[in-house]
Design a protein around this ligand. Structure first.
Ligand SMILES: Cc1cc2nc3c(=O)[nH]c(=O)nc-3n(C[C@H](O)[C@H](O)[C@H](O)COP(=O)(O)O)c2cc1C
Length: 182
């Protein structure tokens, strides 16, 4: 079977962030599946411009190419003031067609709310970009003793990835059959 290309997008670029560890964890869980090829897209690796330029920079083009490469996305987001971080919105806005008719699942984290407010706002953004968002996600409460690698979180990740890969395969086939109408 042709593997599905899943981009794990690490949305926080904050100095001292925990997001890179969360991203590596979910990339490892996704990469252990036989049906996926996982690419880590860490926004901390992209030297994006401070202002939206007239012409895309090399970093912007590199990011957009990664979005175009993927059949589906796992978006790893913290919660900042009941939303997702500006670094993630900046990057999302650089691509357009490359998002279309693809699925996204979420791994969110924060205190008690487990980043769910950030996820709900991302669903709105992704509706505009014709991205199908997964019902199930992974929520991480950073105040837990062992926030990441618990059986419950692995099961949550598996449920989300099962849905994501179903949609990624279905939409890849559909895009190949006929161009998406946007
Ligand atoms: C500016 C800012 C605002 C935050 N607001 C929230 C919030 O509204 N809800 C929440 O649960 N955690 C909030 N937090 C806590 C973060 O979720 C936590 O610090 C997390 O580690 C941030 O992700 P990062 O380390 O990958 O950047 C906030 C953190 C920052 C820096």
């Amino acid at each position: 079977m042709e593997q599905l290309r899943i981009a794990v997008i690490v949305g926080s670029t904050r100095q001292g962030r925990v997001g890179d560890g969360v991203g590596r964890w979910v990339a490892e869980v996704a990469g252990a599946r036989p049906d996926t090829e996982v690419g880590l897209v860490d926004l901390g690796d992209y030297d994006f411009p401070p202002c939206y330029p007239d012409q895309p920079t090399a970093a912007m083009r590199r990011f957009v190419a990664r979005i175009g490469w993927a059949d589906g996305f796992v978006v790893v987001t913290p919660e900042y003031n009941r939303s997702f971080p500006a670094s993630l919105k900046q990057a999302i806005d650089y691509a357009y067609d490359e998002w279309h008719a693809k699925p996204a699942g979420f791994v969110s984290y924060g205190y008690r709310s487990e980043g769910i407010y950030a996820v709900e706002q991302l669903r709105t953004v992704f509706t505009e970009l014709h991205v199908m968002t997964m019902r199930n996600g992974v929520g991480v409460n950073l105040l837990d003793d062992d926030p990441l690698d618990t059986e419950r979180r692995r099961q949550a990740a598996t449920a989300m990835l099962d849905q994501l890969t179903w949609w990624a395969a279905a939409l890849r086939d559909a895009r190949r059959e006929r161009p998406y109408v946007s």
